[in-house]
Design a binder for this molecule. Structure first.
Ligand code: AMP
Length: 528
């Protein structure tokens, strides 16, 4: 089944319902369907053939959804590019995917022009007038519109999802129609059962998790609304929730939930329509999650996945959050349980399955797992060895199948022969009333091999000493896990997708040392 069929049905069932909304613009399901068929037809007419790649680099807008479904309609493979990337990074993804077409916003024109040689041979469409690019409106002309979507087999590729590249050049995780269908059904079954006519709001980049969650919303005939600004502003976000009676905020990174808590003014906007906020992509600290539930009620839904198994390894629905928080159950700090149509467990360094309570690499298998990386058989063989996706995440399952994520394998600190998971230390630090944000990692140390190091941002108006930070850790953690030193900074770097860039901070401490820059060799663990 071509994933386009989901749009086809919603357009038939609810043609006049708002499908895509942003500011004063509303695209109905009838229009969305027509536009996608026109885009698919025009891409084929201008020389693309099924299986060709079409990249886009666009700030959130209805154009993204039209283009994604336009590619589905024509059997093309869509390649979303994070709109916050530099033109040269964008060029890498366009080149690596072999995209024939790039659709971009006017804001990227200068960067593309300055790196024109990197985009040579790529046919460009721009949402604003731009030299060397055709107007996006040409893709909407009806003369070449398809009358219906092309057929697609379950194994046909439809999406290349480029990893964020924190451990080297980004790799294109290949998604086929079977996977995307499973992601859609799995979201509705396990995480949040979006209903026809509901409004789902996107405030995170739709080239990433939010764009994926837009798919089950299309399948259900719900409205996908997008905030207007690319910056994340709580006041305008909540004003939009009130104005559009939003029931579901599709995706927030934990850093965005922290901002929500900081900037929320109770009573200013009527947000009573809100029944679900999905979060994930990085660990949320338990204290912050409890505070969020206290403030907004049990409306939080957690997902754990990665581009190689999008959205879908484990999850925790809103009901389970409520249950665990009410019971004071520490499992609220977990990433939930394995999703209905996925298998997952932890393995040791020889890929042997581990019993509950033992930490190792999380592996997963099922129709939601990618068939491999684009043009990268070595990385595919490594990631999918033995038929299981090796996530690179270290964690353990408890006896009831709750997954506790400890860290990325490559972020683990080995100090004096002990394995230390930075997240565990950060989880303690964030509980300190004076600490707003923090990041922990290992730095080179002649005696310890690596020493635990913390970089801390204090709350406005607060001052702390390194001693206070270290002693606070000592009250909660084994001595060997305490930071040996602490630095204070005004802010920490955050990725375009809201993740604190631990490796970027850490790498500045590894300059001139061999071996561990950019993640270094993977550290294997076998026990907690
Ligand atoms: P990406 O492929 O960019 O979505 O990044 C996926 C990675 O983000 C995973 O391998 C995890 O390391 C991390 N991640 C995703 N979801 C969660 C979660 N719920 N809790 C902790 N880390 C997460």
């Amino acid at each position: 089944m071509n994933t386009f069929a989901f749009l086809e049905k919603s357009a038939r069932h609810r043609p006049d319902q708002a499908a895509l909304v942003q500011g004063s613009e509303t695209v109905t399901y009838r229009q969305f369907h027509e536009r996608a068929l026109a885009i698919g037809g025009n891409l084929l007419a201008q020389g693309c053939e099924p299986g060709d790649r079409v990249a886009f680099c666009l700030a959130n807008s209805p154009r993204i959804m039209e283009l994604i479904f336009g590619c589905f309609a024509a059997g093309l493979i869509v390649v979303p590019v994070n709109a916050r990337l530099h033109a040269r990074e964008m060029a890498y993804i366009v080149g690596n995917s072999g995209a024939k077409v790039l659709v971009h916003g006017g804001e990227y024109q200068a960067g593309i022009a300055a790196n024109a040689d990197l985009f040579a041979g790529v046919s460009r469409y721009c949402t604003e007038p731009a030299d060397g690019a055709k107007p996006f409106a040409e893709l909407l002309e009806s003369a070449n519109a398809l009358s219906r979507a092309v057929d697609a087999a379950p194994d046909d590729l439809c999406w290349l999802f480029y990893t964020s590249g924190t451990t080297g050049k980004p790799k294109g995780a290949m998604w086929n129609h079977r996977m995307v269908k499973c992601v859609i059904m799995n979201y509705l079954a396990d995480l949040h059962n979006i209903q026809p006519g509901e409004t789902v709001l996107h405030c995170a980049p739709m080239s990433h998790g939010s764009g994926i969650i837009a798919l089950p919303a299309v399948a259900r005939g719900a409205t996908n609304a997008m905030t207007e600004t690319s910056s994340f502003e709580i006041d305008s976000l909540l004003a939009t929730v009130a104005r559009l009676q939003v029931s579901h905020i599709a995706f927030m990174a934990p850093t965005q939930i922290v901002k929500l808590l900081e900037d929320y003014e109770p009573g200013k906007h009527d947000i009573s329509s809100l029944t679900a906020i999905t979060y994930g992509g990085a660990p949320i600290y338990v204290d912050q999650l409890r505070q969020a539930i206290d403030t907004f009620g049990p409306i939080f839904v957690q997902l754990y996945g990665q581009g190689e198994s999008p959205i879908t390894i484990t999850g925790m629905g809103a009901g389970l959050h409520a249950e665990l928080v009410t019971a004071g159950d520490p499992r609220i700090g977990s990433a939930g349980q394995v999703r209905t149509d996925v298998e997952a467990h932890c393995v040791d360094e020889n890929d042997n399955p581990l019993p509950p309570g033992m930490a190792g690499e999380v592996v997963a298998r099922g129709d939601v797992v990618m068939p491999g990386y684009w043009n990268n058989p070595e990385a595919t063989a490594e990631a999918l060895r033995g038929g299981w996706l090796h996530t690179g995440d270290i964690g353990y399952f408890d006896d009831q199948g709750y997954l506790f994520l400890l860290d990325r394998a490559k972020d683990m600190v080995i100090s004096g022969g002990n394995n230390i998971y930075p997240r565990e230390v950060e989880e303690v630090l964030i509980q300190h009333p004076k600490i707003a944000m923090c990041v922990v990692f290992g730095i080179p140390d002649d005696y310890w091999g690596e020493a635990v190091h913390a970089v801390v941002v204090t709350k406005p108006g607060e001052n702390m000493t390194a001693r206070e930070v270290i002693d606070f850790c000592g009250e909660h953690l084994a001595g060997y896990k305490k930071p040996k030193a602490v630095d204070f900074v005004d802010e920490l770097p955050v990725s375009g997708y809201g993740k604190i860039l631990r490796r970027e901070v850490r790498d500045s401490y590894w300059q001139g040392h061999s071996g561990r820059i950019g993640g270094g060799s993977a550290a294997k663990v076998s026990t907690t």
